[in-house]
Design a protein around this ligand. Structure first.
Ligand code: THU
Length: 162
C-alpha cells in the first residue's frame, strides 16, 4: 500500500485593487455582467468572462428555468459560447463573480462540480490551462493558476480509450 496526496497553491488577494491592471479589468467585467444573469429563482446572479488566446473577450451568465434542473451556470454558458463563437481559440483566463440578492457577495465562489468537469474538457480540447480569477462584489480575490487543480483525479476522454 502507498499513500498519495494532492495539494495545490493559489493566490489570495485582499481586494481587487491588488491585482494587475489586466486581471482587475477582467474581474470588473465579470462583476458587471452579473446584471445580465437570469436568476429569478435563486436571486444569485453569476457572471463569468473569458480572455481568449486570440485577444477576444466572451461573457456568460447563469440562466435559470422554472424547471430547475434545466438551468445553466454562468461558467458553462460561457464555455458553450466560446466554443461556438471561437471554435479554434482557447481560454487563457476566466474571471467569475456574483451578486447574491439574498445575502452578502463578499467572498469568492468556486465553480460547481459539473462546471469543473466542463472546464476540464475545454482545457483538454484546447491543450491550454485556464487561469481562474474568483471574487465577489468586494472582498478577497483568489487566483487559481490552473483550473485542473479544482478537479483532481478527473474522469477524461483518456479513460474512454482502451
Ligand atoms: N451558479 C453559477 O452560475 N455558477 C457557480 O459557480 C455556482 C452556481 C448558479 C446556478 C444557479 O443559477 C445559481 O447560481 C444558484 O445556485
Amino acid at each position: 500500500m502507498t499513500k498519495e496526496h494532492f495539494q495545490f497553491e493559489y493566490e489570495v488577494y485582499n481586494s481587487i485593487d491588488e491585482l494587475t491592471e489586466d486581471d482587475k479589468w477582467l474581474l470588473d467585467e465579470a462583476r458587471e455582467v452579473t446584471q445580465q444573469a437570469y436568476a429569478p429563482y435563486s436571486r444569485f446572479h453569476v457572471g463569468a468572462v473569458a480572455k481568449l488566446n486570440n485577444g477576444e473577450t466572451v461573457k456568460g451568465t447563469n440562466q435559470e428555468n422554472a424547471s430547475f434542473p434545466a438551468g445553466l451556470c454562468a461558467e458553462r454558458v460561457l464555455l458553450a459560447a466560446v466554443s461556438s463563437l471561437h471554435p479554434k481559440a482557447a481560454i487563457e483566463t476566466m474571471a467569475i463573480s456574483y451578486f447574491n440578492h439574498n445575502g452578502e457577495s463578499n467572498k469568492p465562489i468556486t465553480p460547481c462540480g459539473i462546471c469543473r468537469q466542463s472546464l476540464q474538457e475545454h482545457m483538454e480540447k484546447t491543450k491550454t490551462p485556464i487561469r481562474l480569477i474568483l471574487g465577489g462584489m468586494y472582498g478577497e480575490v483568489y487566483v487559481i493558476p490552473h483550473a485542473e487543480m479544482l478537479l483532481p483525479m478527473s474522469f477524461t476522454s483518456k479513460d474512454l480509450k482502451q
